[in-house]
Design a protein around this ligand. Structure first.
Ligand SMILES: [Fe+2]
Ligand SMILES: [Fe+2]
Length: 149
């Protein structure tokens, strides 16, 4: 596995973290109603964690010889987390968050496998980020159970 291929995957993860931050900010502000309060607070609390993930990835990209791209070079893809016409539709927001966390989990697992035998420091970083995303997924899967009752 080449160093360049690992950097490319770290840039994809970096873009997803930044997109997650944007969409969590939007959802934590846009949602209306009593039922949304816990979710708004939970999303608000996750934003600093996702920002730290983006900063950790950026630092690692630089350390291994890559360049951190600007906003115009970054892909976007979180279709299920876009603001909805119904701002009280908390279940759809929770499902969008679950999609985003599953996407992050898949990307960190990919990086972990690519790094095996090649770059153990990046692998260790990806394992730490993976652990955070698994906690987020578990938290929002729990919310979904309750809100879908
Ligand atoms: Fe993250
Ligand atoms: Fe997350």
């Amino acid at each position: 596995m080449s160093k360049e291929a690992i950097i490319d995957e770290m840039i994809i993860a970096y873009a997803a973290e930044l997109e997650t931050i944007q969409n969590y900010i939007a959802a934590s502000v846009n949602l209306d109603g009593v039922r949304c309060d816990v979710i708004k607070k939970a999303l608000g609390a996750d934003i600093p964690t996702e920002l730290l993930h983006a900063q950790t990835l950026a630092a690692r990209i630089k350390t291994v010889g890559g360049k951190v791209p600007g906003s115009l070079a970054l892909p976007r893809g979180q279709a299920s987390l876009q603001p909805l016409a119904d701002t009280t539709d908390v279940v759809s927001v929770i499902k969008g968050v679950i999609d985003a966390e599953k996407g992050a989990i898949a990307q960190y697992n990919k990086i972990i496998k690519m790094c095996d035998g090649v770059d153990y420091v990046t692998q260790d970083m990806a394992i730490t980020l993976l652990s955070d995303e698994e906690n987020h997924l578990s938290e929002f899967t729990g919310y979904l159970k309750e809100y879908e009752k």
